[in-house]
Design a protein. Structure first.
Lengths: 323, 265
């Protein structure tokens, strides 16, 4: 191979590699900017596009799905943005999806974000217009911020007056801050509060302990709370108790009647219990009866030795002695 | 200034008149190129030979320079971006800088130094040794053989060299970014191409065509119009580099304005 041919081949190779680098760059760039993919055109009409430019990206669920194709004025002062949306993602974008203008990062390029959309709506088609949602306007944000600033100034002014009064010892807070006795009282209150809180803590601990005991299985309280079979028994017992109480009431009523009767002297027992004359008379009768029985005993003793009764007494004594 | 015959010897002054005469000569030289380039016979072999000299033989120097530029530029940009916690933007920044400006500019400047001076010195020495006159005598069009072939070679080789420089510089930047930010090559190039546009690439190529044309044309003109003597060879080589570089910067400035018109649209 002569020198000339060798040079020609090297030049050809050199140019070819250079062109390959260029083509690869263009293809990569085109692939990234979705220049060579099939796309459909959808539009959205905004009041203000905030510096959006043709070529800016379209995002859907955080994925780049196309670019801004054209920007035209629409109506009086609105702006129509025509978008290239990749055909392969069209099925995920519904007709009721919304488009808004956002930015890529904090200070990045403007982008259009498509979001929302429900499956009960069909997918977007060529020429569809998406509902445009106006992004948060920076000017409005600044206006609000300005209002906040004014409010902050008012608040700090009020605070200044307030702290001035406190420092001067005016009002309750001022007095607390400046009066040393109030401070001491406050400390006492705090210490009392601390004590009260300690006590309440102890009480709570006791209560916890108590509730633990209540929760112990096998105890009456736990059974009462947890055992459902005990309730019918308890109800039956209570019913019995209720009947017993009713009976006791009837009984006590009857006792009351009896005692009433016993207290009155129009009956024999009442007379026996209440009438002193009757008591005297009864006592006399008893004394007479006692005397009569004494005399009767004497008479019986005399009878033992008197014929014909003496034989009978002898037979009785014999029979007792034989046993 | 009036001469002995009463006519003015110079319209303005010697220097100003010489400057304008030089401009007119340069314009005629450039115009002649466009007259000759489309007319046969074509000097393909000489064009290929010059392409080899200008393109292939310049590749190692241009590659090394591009690689160093990529690394240095990345390293120098990092502190500024890291102040904002935005080192992740390094690939985008470097890509824009290299594709839009650094690649074509560095390539053109290196080529102006290496190729432009070479062309200027070579043609000037041929002029001094009366080889150009000999060509004319032997019915060979020296302009076509020497100038057209070299200008065509520089015009077409500089854009190719720019492609290499861009690629090598981006690789250099990647090595630096990868070492410091642990960014993978796919992420790096995804970020590079997210910030570069077709306009950047095409404007860079078109700009390089002009740079190449300028280097070749200035080198040839300075060589072709060199004064006699060995001193003229040195002057031609020196002037070729200085004027090429100056014109490259002017063209860079103009191209920036023109491209921005398209960018705003």
């Amino acid at each position: 191979m002569n020198q000339e041919n060798k040079r020609s081949i090297l030049v050809g190779l050199f140019v070819l590699i250079g062109i390959i680098i260029l083509v690869l760059g263009i293809m990569t760039l085109g692939g990234q900017q979705k220049k060579f993919v099939k796309a459909i055109h959808v539009t959205a009409v905004f009041d203000d596009i905030g510096g959006l430019q043709p070529g800016n990206n379209i995002w859907f669920s955080g994925v780049k799905i196309g670019t801004v194709r054209k920007i035209n004025f629409f109506g009086d002062s609105q702006v129509e943005v025509e978008m290239n949306v990749e055909e392969k993602v069209v099925e995920f974008i519904r007709k009721n999806s919304k488009a808004t203008i956002s930015s890529d990062g904090l200070i990045g390029n403007k982008i259009i974000v498509i979001y929302g959309g429900t499956t009960d709506y069909p997918s977007v088609e060529e020429g569809d217009r998406l509902e445009a949602v106006m992004p948060l306007d920076t000017d409005k944000m600044m206006e609000t911020l300005q209002e906040n600033n004014k409010n902050l100034v008012d608040i700090t002014n009020d605070l200044k007056v307030l702290t001035g009064k406190i420092a001067a010892g005016e009002g309750i807070v001022g007095a607390v801050m400046t009066d040393s006795t109030l401070g001491v009282n406050f400390r006492t209150i705090l210490s009392n509060l601390e004590r009260a809180s300690t006590n309440s803590n102890n009480m709570l601990a006791d209560l916890a302990d108590f509730s633990n005991k209540l929760n112990q299985e096998g105890t009456l309280a736990n059974d009462l709370v947890t055992d459902t079979s005990i309730v019918p028994d308890l109800k039956a017992t209570l019913e019995g108790l209720r009947l017993t109480v009713e009976n006791a009431q009837v009984l006590s009523k009857e006792f009351s009647t009896i005692t009433d009767k016993l207290n009155s002297s129009d009956n024999s027992l009442g007379l026996l219990l209440n009438d002193p004359d009757f008591a005297k008379s009864l006592k006399k009768t008893m004394e007479n009866a006692d005397s009569a029985s004494y005399n009767l005993n004497k008479g019986m003793e005399a009878l033992e030795y008197t014929w014909p009764f003496n034989k009978g007494f002898k037979r009785k004594a014999k029979a007792e002695g034989g046993n | 200034m009036a001469g002995p015959s009463g006519m003015r010897k110079y319209i303005f002054s010697k220097k100003i008149d010489t400057f304008f005469k030089g401009l007119a000569d340069a314009w005629n030289f450039v115009r002649r190129f466009f007259q000759e380039v489309f007319v046969p016979p074509y000097e393909f072999k000489e064009v290929i030979h010059q392409c080899y000299r200008i393109g292939v033989e310049s590749l190692p120097l241009i590659s090394l320079t591009g690689f160093i530029v990529g690394i240095v530029f990345t390293n120098q940009s990092r502190p500024s971006l890291s102040e904002f916690g935005a080192t992740s933007w390094l690939p985008s920044l470097i890509a824009i800088a290299i594709v839009r400006a650094m690649g074509p500019l560095v390539t053109a400047l290196i080529a102006a130094g290496k190729v432009g001076s070479g062309i200027g010195a070579e043609i000037a020495s041929m002029k001094v040794t009366e080889q150009i006159d000999a060509m004319e005598v032997s019915a060979t069009n020296p302009y076509k053989f020497l100038v057209v072939s070299r200008v065509l070679a520089t015009t077409f080789m500089i854009p190719v060299l720019v492609m290499y420089t861009d690629f090598v510089a981006l690789m250099g930047a990647f090595i630096n970014v990868n070492a410091n930010e642990l960014v993978s090559i796919s992420t790096f190039f995804a970020q590079v191409f997210s910030s570069v546009t077709f306009l950047d690439i095409f404007s860079s190529i078109i700009k390089s065509l002009f740079f190449g044309f300028t280097i070749g044309m200035v080198g040839c003109y300075k060589g072709y119009t060199s004064s006699k003597g060995t001193e003229g060879v040195g002057r031609a080589a020196n002037a070729a580099v200085v004027i090429s570089m100056f014109l490259i910067f002017i063209e860079e400035l103009l191209s920036l304005q023109i491209i921005n018109l398209f960018r705003i649209k």
